[in-house]
Design a protein around this ligand. Structure first.
Ligand code: GAF
Length: 389
């Protein structure tokens, strides 16, 4: 049973009926995510600890007998898109969302999966440009729709995540790692999921009872494709080449201290973030498992400092949000920036009993550069992509 807002289901199902003149055969969903710790480690073959959230994308769909895909995006004033699976997919410039649809479905087709066209109506409530993976949620919901309509039993969640990542890398143009797609596919209610981004093994870690996941959106919008994301990735590759390893996952803190001196200082700092962050994920996972919010909070604080000082992906508004939350939470949990960086959201883990105080502090003390208050989401760790009905 999904924890998504039920109005999404009504919007998608009614939209399908109104536009295509018949009932959808299926209703599917895929969630967004919040990353608790482990930032920019995924494309370094490292570790991450995200959870899927109760905000996501819902698709109402029905199969077609031809190879046409007709799509309606309810959140863009019911904007339409239409393409053939067997045509060469064109990159669209008037809007971004059609590229995710075209990229994912064309890849599925060109990989030889036995699919035909479909009528699709999409809606969602993952805030966009917030670092909560609205795009991965869209990609996985589309794959889930085709898996369900065409009975693609060998399309397991990990394979779905890999296809979605490839579509984003090769068609949309963002060289993202696998974290967002894999957690959207493999999320588990009530759990965070530790992911080894090299082996793609996942390990659910239960969220302690009475612990809240609070997300505060700074209202500073972030752009993934054109941001410094790809530049950070290149710097990490440069550092890995210097150490003679496949990825920074293979560099130990001792090696970094001993052999890092030959790197340009900026690249050394980028590498130090990744190497130390990988260890923090493993430690945080153990702390979460033990219900040790104090240690978890310390690790989250170190992670934030490392993103601010070494990886340089935070912005002043985000640092301010984190400082306010850390002050209210004290040693009963923690807060840090979450996601790719340069704006977006902060995640806090704290006892339920501290939530009201945290919300009050944000209302009183935080304003975005445009003078707006933070948007606060209290999230539930949720299940990954699946069938709704
Ligand atoms: C974005 C990317 F899509 C992820 O792959 C990951 O690298 C993240 O930024 C940073 O941890 O969400």
């Amino acid at each position: 049973m999904t924890t998504l807002d039920i109005t999404l289901c009504h919007t998608a199902a009614n939209g399908h009926h109104d536009v295509f003149g018949g009932l959808a055969t299926h209703l599917v969903q895929a969630p967004g995510r919040v990353n608790l710790i482990g930032e920019h480690t995924d494309y370094n073959d490292g570790f991450v600890l995200p959870c899927a959230i109760n905000h996501g994308t819902v698709v109402a769909c029905s199969p077609r007998t031809d190879l046409l895909v007709r799509v309606i995006a309810m959140d863009y004033l019911a904007a339409p898109d239409e393409f053939r699976l067997d045509g060469t997919p064109k990159h669209v410039t008037v809007a971004e969302w059609p590229n995710y649809v075209r990229g994912v479905l064309w890849l599925l087709w060109s990989e030889g999966y036995p699919i035909r066209g479909a009528n699709l109506v999409i809606t969602g409530d993952v805030p966009q440009g917030a670092g909560l993976s609205s795009s991965a949620s869209l990609e996985l919901a589309l794959l889930q729709a085709f898996k369900t309509m065409y009975g693609l039993t060998d399309l397991d969640p990990t394979r779905m995540a890999q296809l979605a990542q490839r579509a984003e890398n090769e068609f949309v143009g963002c060289k993202c790692g696998i974290m967002d797609q894999l957690i959207s596919a493999r999320g588990q209610a009530g759990h965070a999921v530790q992911i080894d981004c090299r082996s793609l093994e996942t390990r659910p870690v239960p969220m302690p009872a009475d612990t809240a996941v609070l997300i505060a959106h700074s209202r500073v919008r972030r752009g993934l494709v054109d941001s410094a994301y790809n530049e950070r990735r290149e710097q990490c590759e440069q550092a890995a080449a210097h150490f003679g390893v496949k990825a920074l996952r293979d560099v130990t803190p001792e090696q970094l201290a001993r052999d890092g001196a030959g790197l340009p200082p900026l690249v050394l700092r980028r590498a130090r973030h990744v190497v130390t962050e990988n260890q923090r994920v493993l430690d945080a996972s153990a702390a979460l498992q033990a219900g040790d919010l104090r240690t978890l909070g310390q690790l989250m604080a170190q992670s934030h400092d490392s993103m601010r000082d070494d990886f340089e992906i935070t912005v002043p508004a985000i640092d301010e949000l984190v400082a306010i939350l850390q002050e209210v939470i004290g040693d009963e949990g923690g807060a840090r920036m979450t996601g790719g960086g340069f704006g977006g959201c902060v995640v806090a883990l704290l006892p339920q009993a501290r939530v009201a105080a945290a919300q009050q502090a944000l209302v009183k003390r935080y304003r975005s550069p445009e003078g707006e208050p933070a948007l606060v989401y209290l999230c539930k760790a949720s299940d990954g992509a699946g069938l709704l009905g």
